[in-house]
Design a protein around this ligand. Structure first.
Ligand SMILES: [Zn+2]
Ligand SMILES: [Zn+2]
Length: 85
């Protein structure tokens, strides 16, 4: 029923990385561990990036429902390994 889900954090050259469906209707990103469950409206992902996002939202008094409207606040993943002091 559902279209395939994509990880909002892992961007490939040709688009977002697809989430892998697991038993119970849960979808998991094999790269960063982000998970989603479209059948569970109370679903809360506990991956590091979502945890950071939730903290940011709570600190800013930001309503989670607002974030559904415009997902353009997602920051692209930082390149790592190329930074030297
Ligand atoms: Zn991911
Ligand atoms: Zn997540």
């Amino acid at each position: 029923m559902h279209a395939s889900l994509h990880c909002p954090y892992c961007v490939k050259a040709d688009g977002f990385r697809e989430l892998i469906k697991k038993a119970g209707g849960e979808y998991v990103c094999s790269a960063c561990g982000h998970s989603a469950n479209p059948d569970d409206t109370e679903w809360r992902c506990c991956c590091a990036r979502c945890q950071g996002m939730n903290l940011y939202i709570e600190n800013a008094g930001y309503s989670p429902s607002e974030s559904h409207k415009r997902p353009d606040r997602v920051t692209p993943p930082r390149e790592s390994g190329s930074h030297k002091p």
